[in-house]
Design a protein around this ligand. Structure first.
Ligand code: AMP
Ligand code: MG
Length: 417
């Protein structure tokens, strides 16, 4: 029997064939999930000017050092500074300026007294600023002021290249006034399901047929991973149909063609047959369970990754092989997907292949415990749905004793890293 390739070697050989996609400049509001092609340096200070962090009165701290409710300090109100207005009058001794949260501090002021610590409340002075304010508490210089550059200073490195943009990152880039960013291209993944037995959900189920579950599952996995899916539908088990879909993927300028089904040793497994005849097969069959008959190659210059048709094999194959491939093309630095450690609740038998088993993780008294989730048949998608983790059994291991420390991938939010 031919030696199966190890999971690690297959990942390496796939990644060797893929490069980060060239940079493109896109509007910031379309950049969620995209990966920066260049580092970002702050073009300005944040905040850009010293401003008040409360609604209150800008003062000179020295003027109010003796203030108390019994002996308030009386100051002359010389200005009203709403947010968005730059004050031009400097604040001299004995004076205060009514100031709102986010409004720039006038020259001469070095602290802000919150309105609650004065004799006024802003509701009562909606239109006319008061001429006098009584201050009840002292403040130290700097109190209730957000200094210029407190958060970020101009020229500071904000993000390294290779950073994937999250919602809060977009907020920060907007705060820095940026409306465009330079990011790596989004990987275009053409996708098809292979098999004469497959019907699209929504059509009547006829004898001998099943519904195509892989295409939708893989499409949303592609999208969640940061790729763009180009859905090429269900492809019949004929050489001609497979030929046509491979050519369509090339014409649609796919960066990767992903298929499920048709790469095993069956009579009608034409994807592999066609790839052997018309394309290049770089590797086939991996020491993995589920999902041994995986194929990677190229067709007219487009990388092709064909997963086995069994839905759980396709899902695991996606996590193990396609996810790193999409990350590489998207420009993310290649690092193995982080695993968590857990304690095995019962003994597990394996067959020596690297195994990705459906499992259930729970926490008890500060310990993370894991057990297998029901039937492990690679066609049983409901078993996968009931699992909340994948238990990874290393290659060469045939049994693991109860109580051993094992590695898992949580399935909840597993793409949110
Ligand atoms: P194959 O890899 O083509 O030999 O298919 C292996 C098993 O997976 C068979 O039982 C197929 O019917 C099933 N299968 C293949 N493709 C799909 C799909 N897209 N959705 C659900 N089951 C599939
Ligand atoms: Mg098939």
């Amino acid at each position: 029997m031919a030696v199966l390739l190890s999971v690690e070697e297959v990942i390496e050989r796939i990644l060797d064939q893929l490069k980060p996609l060239p940079p493109e400049t896109i509007p910031l509001d379309q950049a969620l999930g995209r990966v920066l092609a260049r580092p970002i340096v702050a073009p300005l200070d944040l905040p850009p000017f010293a401003n008040s962090s409360v609604d209150g009165f800008a003062v000179r701290a020295a003027d109010v050092s003796t203030a108390s409710p019994e002996h308030p300090v009386e100051l002359t109100v010389i200005a009203d500074i709403p947010a968005g207005v730059f004050p031009h009058i400097p604040l001299s001794a004995g004076c205060a300026a009514q100031i709102m949260t986010g409004a720039p501090l006038p020259d001469g002021a070095d602290a802000v007294v919150p309105v609650e610590h004065t004799n006024l409340s802003f509701q009562k002075v909606a239109h006319q600023p008061p001429s006098i304010v009584r201050i009840f508490t002292p403040v130290r210089p700097g109190d209730n002021i957000r200094p210029k550059g407190q958060d970020l200073t101009q020229g500071q490195l904000v993000f390294a290249a290779g950073h994937r943009l999250r919602p809060q990152d977009l907020g920060l880039l907007a705060a820095l006034g940026m409306s465009k960013v330079e990011v790596h291209g989004r990987p275009r993944i053409a996708l098809f399901s292979s098999g004469d037995e497959l019907l699209p959900p929504g059509s009547p189920l006829t004898p001998g047929k099943i519904y195509d579950s892989n295409r939708l599952m893989l499409r949303v996995l592609i999208e969640q991973t940061g790729g763009e899916a180009v859905d090429l539908g269900i492809v019949a088990d004929t050489l001609d149909a497979v030929h046509i879909v491979l050519n369509t993927a090339v014409e649609k300028r796919a960066n990767l063609l992903l298929s499920s089904g048709g790469v095993s040793v069956g009579t009608y497994d034409h994807v592999r047959g066609l790839m052997e005849r018309e394309g290049e097969v770089h590797l086939w069959r991996v020491n993995i369970r589920p999902g041994k008959p995986l194929l990677f190659g190229k067709y007219r210059g487009v990388p092709v990754l064909s997963l086995p048709g069994n839905p759980v094999s396709a899902f695991v194959g996606f996590l193990v092989f396609v996810r790193p491939a999409i990350y590489r093309m998207a420009g993310l630095p290649s690092a193995p997907v982080p695993v968590l450690k857990a304690t095995l609740e019962h003994a597990v038998e394996s067959d020596g292949r690297k195994s990705y088993l459906r499992a259930i993780v729970r926490h008890e008294r500060g310990e993370r415990l894991v057990r297998l989730a029901g039937h492990q048949g690679s066609g049983n998608l409901y078993g996968l749905v009931q699992a909340n983790a994948i238990l990874i059994v290393p290659a060469g291991v045939k049994s693991i004793a109860a109580g051993s420390e094992v590695e898992i991938w949580p399935l909840e939010n597993f793409l949110g890293q």
